[in-house]
Design a protein around this ligand. Structure first.
Ligand code: FE
Length: 372
């Protein structure tokens, strides 16, 4: 039987494809990009502009890749979404990094122009780029190949300047002096995009940015921004106070759930064999392998209920409803699909057995009917 292994250095190296691992994540609800950067040899990393509602996704990715998070950095106090920084700090112990000028609570690493945040053998440089807010920073990778511009510079656009101490003249200077002075090939990763664009470069924005590229003058830029008349972001009333607490929930909500569920990056609730064994008498263990496998030499967990995956929809009503369900198969793959089906059908106390019976056996838990 294959044994499920913990993330290894080789997994991170292969996933990174070099000395730097880079991931761009997206929150469709607010059009926000979150970025994960990690130094492959040391596995240390930083997260930029996390979203509160996407915390479970981001944490799963960091855990699956075996990354030790050094800091969760925000490019500014956002008005359209709440940061996931505090939740990430609570889960991993990472620093909460934000511009000192934002004066938010719970920040453990206040950032100023010229600071560096080091992760393993790599680092990012902090450049102060106010104008959208007075605390905006641009996060520049050590070799100047990538910069994370937050809302100071967007792809073919820029952040608005009509609230949060915004100032269009200041933003013009920030972009010209701190972003457009980077190498022309430097890739620019924005804080948001609402039109499916994910990355740009200094040379492109200098030429084509609709507000300040080409021949645009400061007067053109300021005139454009001061006449945009945008509605306030719909989440501002909740987002700004939330971000002034670095995303710390008002009251730490009791982690009221029926089990210590871990969520995979694929989004599925999972439980470990150790927890399942300890609570087996309070659960239904649903085995979704074929009858041949269930009765075959690999064995089965004593007392488990067999419903092969192809029959699950038709026979779902025979699963007891008075107790949670943990779904099992050989490796955890078919049971993942079954878990999804049951969740979709409205059962909420459902989880997948991580690593399946293969991991269960490898960890030494008993199976009946095993034939050598
Ligand atoms: Fe913003």
């Amino acid at each position: 039987m294959a044994v499920a292994t913990a993330p290894s250095i080789s997994l991170v190296a292969a996933a990174g494809g070099g000395s730097l691992l880079f991931r761009q994540l997206f929150d469709a609800d607010t059009g926000t990009f979150t970025y994960l950067l990690a130094d492959v040899p040391s596995r240390q990393g930083v997260l930029i502009d996390s979203v509160y509602e996407q915390h479970a996704r981001d944490l799963s990715l960091i855990r699956e890749l075996g990354i030790e998070l050094v800091a969760s950095i925000d490019t500014h106090a956002h008005a359209d979404h709440v940061t996931g920084s505090w939740l990430m700090h609570d889960a991993t112990g990472c620093a909460i990094a934000l511009s000192a000028a934002a004066r938010a609570d719970n920040v453990t690493l206040p950032l100023n122009h010229g600071d560096r945040v080091t992760f393993g053998g790599r680092s990012v440089e902090i450049r102060s780029t106010p104008g959208h807010t007075n605390g905006c920073i641009t996060v520049v990778l050590d070799d100047h190949s990538m910069a994370f511009t937050g809302d100071a510079l967007l792809v073919r656009g820029c952040g608005r300047c009509d609230f949060q101490q915004g100032n269009a003249h200041t933003l013009w200077n920030s972009i010209k002096e701190q972003i457009f002075t980077l190498p022309e090939s430097c890739l620019l990763y924005p804080g948001h995009d609402y039109n499916g664009r994910s990355v740009s470069s200094v040379v492109e924005e200098k030429a084509f940015n609709a507000r300040l590229g080409g021949d645009a003058t400061e007067r053109d830029f300021v005139g454009h921004l001061e006449n945009m008349k945008l509605p306030h972001p719909h989440k501002i009333a909740e987002a700004l106070p939330g971000n002034m607490r670095s995303g710390k929930p008002r009251e730490t909500s009791p982690k009221a759930t029926w089990a210590p569920l871990a969520r995979s990056y694929a989004g599925l609730p999972e439980l470990t064999p150790t927890w399942v064994v300890a609570h087996q008498s309070d659960l239904t263990l649903l085995d979704v392998r074929s009858a041949e496998e269930f009765n075959g030499p690999d064995g089965r967990v004593a007392g488990s209920l067999l419903i092969p995956l192809p029959d699950l929809e038709a026979q779902a009503s025979s699963i007891p409803t008075d107790r949670p369900v943990v779904v099992v198969c050989h490796s955890g793959s078919r049971s993942a699909l079954a878990t999804q089906q049951l969740l979709k059908a409205g059962r909420w106390q459902v989880a997948n057995l991580r690593g399946g019976l293969s991991r269960w056996a490898a960890e030494g838990y008993p199976l009946e009917g095993v034939k050598a």
